[in-house]
Design a protein around this ligand. Sequence first.
Ligand SMILES: NC(=O)c1ccc[n+]([C@@H]2O[C@H](COP(=O)([O-])OP(=O)(O)OC[C@H]3O[C@@H](n4cnc5c(N)ncnc54)[C@H](OP(=O)(O)O)[C@@H]3O)[C@@H](O)[C@H]2O)c1
Length: 220
Amino acid sequence: MTTAIIGVGNIGSTLARHLTSGNEAVVVAAQDESHAEALAQELGPLARAASVEKAIAVADAIVFAVWFDTIRELVAEYGRLLEDVVVVDPSNPLGFGADGQVFRTLPDDQSAGSVVASVLPAGAHYVKAFSTLAADALASGANREPRRAVLFYATDDDEAAATVERLIRAAGFDPLKAGGVAAAGRIEAPGGDLHQFGLNGALLDLDQARAAVASTEARA
Ligand SMILES: NC(=O)c1ccc[n+]([C@@H]2O[C@H](COP(=O)([O-])OP(=O)(O)OC[C@H]3O[C@@H](n4cnc5c(N)ncnc54)[C@H](OP(=O)(O)O)[C@@H]3O)[C@@H](O)[C@H]2O)c1
């Protein structure tokens, strides 16, 4: 299996590092190809760099580790290549004001996941994942001992679920499904009750994460 990681910033580079450490092959791409080439060189034989189009074309799974608006632009441009591919979306609907304050870029009742899922071709296998931890926690939280930390995901698609569980495990975390795409907002920030920000910064183990899903489900 080859996983394309589009975007090699905070999230994309961390994920590429974790996945290659977990023996997964990745192809990385960025706006500036030299950024992807530098990362691939650092990561060794399991990583290579390509243009965005080539990376998408060769991949079985694609992580769009770019900002929400860029995902929409890339889907509009490369949608034809996304049929029968697992599309992993880590985006959060947030922006930063001039004062540095975080603000929500979508209405409260609309998740980034629901928007991205709605613009994909019908044959794409969509999953929201890798959105819940700040990049520094994603970097430092892998392979935690004695109990691994959980990464939540949300999907309506069994193939996407199986693939993302494999990637989450390879990255050094335990996977847990928060629900279908309708639950994507719960694992996004701002506002998601299962996002690290909604959990007061905590990284949960599997028992704690199951309890968090159940208790919030009970309240809903
Ligand atoms: N940062 C976090 O703590 C965090 C946590 C959870 C989820 N997320 C989500 O993860 C996503 C990425 O965040 P980030 O912090 O990693 O962003 P980032 O550090 O700003 O990196 C963005 C990456 O996107 C690439 N890019 C921009 N336009 C592109 C295009 N048209 N084609 C291909 N690549 C393009 C950039 O390429 P260049 O390298 O060439 O500039 C860069 O590598 C966002 O949706 C964010 O909401 C972030």
